[in-house]
Design a binder for this molecule. Structure first.
Ligand code: ADP
Length: 544
């Protein structure tokens, strides 16, 4: 009877191992590590269940038959376990793997012959076939691949940290215990094993892996699977007492009770662990969300503050500019008119008065222009013109200014081919050219100012470019300069306190009214700037 009870051990081991393998596979069928573990487990299951059948066999013929079935699983154990080790340790599959599968297949064929195992050896409580020549060879193969498996996992365990290391430790332990069970072949060499403790180790191995699953998400199975596993074991152990003769029943019930205690703590621990993990994850998610929104708020606050600072700067600039803009010419006009009233005026004074009045009118016109362009009501008097000619004429205005700047090299680069004539409001475009050239000269004390006029072939437009080596424009200023009136750069204010921040804005409005684009580029402060004006050769309304 003892032999019957003993033979149940590989049966339980087989069922449990298979159950675990199946759960692992079902959890994530696509993960290589789950697949390879399942492969190894199939072989182990064949080994254990066929062993159970062999133990039950009454006739020698069947005992030998079942033992050959045992070997059908066993010959593939080293290579499938090695394969699992590769995917667990995230290593590449290589020639050694393919060779292993080939050799295993060879051993499978050999194990059908008497050159592998033959005859039966009877020991104290059961039987085993006897090892022959190829069985010895197989043992070498077995030891070689299983050692490689442990080596791979060990090296991986050294490399990783945290949860991954803990997982690797569990795998090492579980398979080390499983490896002990491989000594089950000893009777094949005439060594009697008095008690089937070797098969126990398979059950232990499953329990350790289950524990690892619970604690470290190994193979990504969690609470439910543990419960299923424990439940299945419970049912199995509960059936036992009914299968056994009365004398052994008490033993089986004892095992069942011990199991229940174990199961209780296992499930409790699982739940607690899962709850804690979920809680921790939830807190972590909340924390991350909070941190993110706090960061966003800080960023927004900073942006708003900068914007406010800039706007208040622009407002001050506006007030200041408005003073210069209208009051300065008006003041001198009034002063001169006073002189006229007292009768003490000459021709020169009269001409100054006239200049001031003109200046004032210009300012008012600028203001009107801006509001007309802004509202889209500005009228353009378009005429056909050769832009090169217009530019050269504009440059003439700057001759006196250039003569005063001997440190500055001034260069004009016209396109080699004659540009197409273009229909523009000549006065306005001349204003734009003039403004950009004036700005470049104003903001460049020494170095170079270069003008370019060329065709952009891909776009059928003309590009006017003013490149200087002057004070440059910092990145943050680039985003708003020329976008609204009275916007001026910090350095520019120092350099020309009388500037108004009108020219660039008005130029942009003019260019845009022509269907073109005006923009600036600069590497930053002190690194010069380039201003671009792109004008379409054929404007939208002409196309129509
Ligand atoms: P203003 O020259 O009267 O200040 P603009 O409207 O012509 O007004 O120019 C607006 C601002 O653009 C200037 O104050 C200056 O900060 C910047 N700017 C224009 N041209 C240049 C340039 N060539 N180099 C550096 N900054 C420039």
């Amino acid at each position: 009877m003892a032999s019957f009870v003993y033979s149940l051990i590989p049966f339980i081991g087989g069922i449990l191992t298979f159950w675990l393998g199946l759960l692992v596979l079902l959890k994530n069928r696509k993960a290589k590590v789950n697949q390879t573990l399942f492969g190894a487990i199939i072989c182990i299951t064949i080994w254990l269940l066929a062993t159970f059948a062999m133990f039950l066999s009454k006739e020698d013929y069947w005992a030998i038959f079942w033992d050959r079935v045992v070997y059908a699983g066993v010959v593939f154990i080293p290579i499938t376990v090695y394969h699992f080790g590769l995917s667990f340790a995230k290593r590449k599959e290589g020639k050694l793997l393919y060779l292993g599968y080939f050799l295993s297949s060879l051993f499978l064929i050999l194990s059908r012959t008497d050159y592998f195992v033959a005859d039966l050896y009877r020991y104290s409580w059961s039987v085993h076939t006897q090892a022959r020549f190829f069985h010895h060879v197989f043992l070498i193969f077995f030891v070689f691949y299983i050692s490689l498996f442990f080596l791979n996992i060990y090296q991986y365990q050294r490399k990783v940290k945290g949860v991954e290391r803990a997982q690797a430790n569990y795998v090492l332990l579980a398979f080390f215990i499983l490896a002990i069970s491989s000594l089950a072949f000893l009777p094949a060499y005439g060594i009697d094993i008095k008690f089937p403790f070797l098969y126990f180790t398979t059950i232990l191995c499953v329990l350790i892996l289950a524990l690892a699953i619970i604690r470290y998400h190994l193979f990504e199975i969690r609470v439910i699977l543990t419960e299923i596993l424990v439940g299945a074991m419970g049912v199995l152990l509960l059936i036992f007492p009914f299968l056994l003769p009365a004398g052994y029943r008490i033993f089986a019930i004892g095992v069942f009770l011990v199991f229940c205690v174990f199961a209780y703590y296992l499930i409790k621990a699982t739940h607690e662990e899962a709850k804690r993990r979920e809680e921790a994850e939830r807190i972590a998610i909340q924390e991350r969300a909070l941190r993110e929104s706090a960061e966003k708020l800080v960023k927004r606050e900073r942006k708003l503050r900068l914007e406010t600072e800039r706007l208040s700067g622009a407002r001050n600039q506006f007030l200041l500019s408005a003073q210069h803009y209208f009051r300065t010419p008006l003041t001198s006009l009034i002063g001169l008119l006073e002189l006229m009233m007292t009768g003490s005026f000459g021709k020169e004074k009269l001409s100054q008065t006239f200049q001031s009045a003109l200046e004032l009118r210009k300012r008012i016109e600028e203001g009107l222009d801006i509001s007309q362009f802004q509202s889209g009501k500005a009228i353009l008097n378009k005429e056909e013109v050769q832009l090169e000619d217009l530019l050269l004429k504009t440059i003439e205005e700057f001759r006196p200014q250039l003569e005063q700047k001997p440190n500055l090299s001034f260069k004009i680069n016209l396109s080699k081919e004659k540009l197409a004539k273009i229909k523009v409001d000549i006065k306005r475009i001349r204003e734009v050219f003039s403004n950009l050239i004036d700005n470049a000269l104003k903001h460049t004390l020494k170095g170079k100012v270069e003008l370019f006029l060329e065709k952009i072939k891909e776009k059928n437009s003309i590009l006017f470019k003013v490149k200087d080596t002057g004070i440059g424009i910092p990145k943050e200023e680039l985003s708003y300069i020329g976008q609204s009136p009275f916007e001026r750069g910090k350095e520019a204010k120092k350099l020309s306190p009388m500037g108004k921040g009108i020219g660039l804005y008005l130029s942009r409005l003019i260019v845009e009214a022509h269907g073109g684009k005006l923009w600036a580029e600069s590497e930053g402060e002190g690194k010069g700037s380039t201003f671009y004006v792109e004008l379409p050769i054929e404007s939208e309304d002409e196309k129509k």
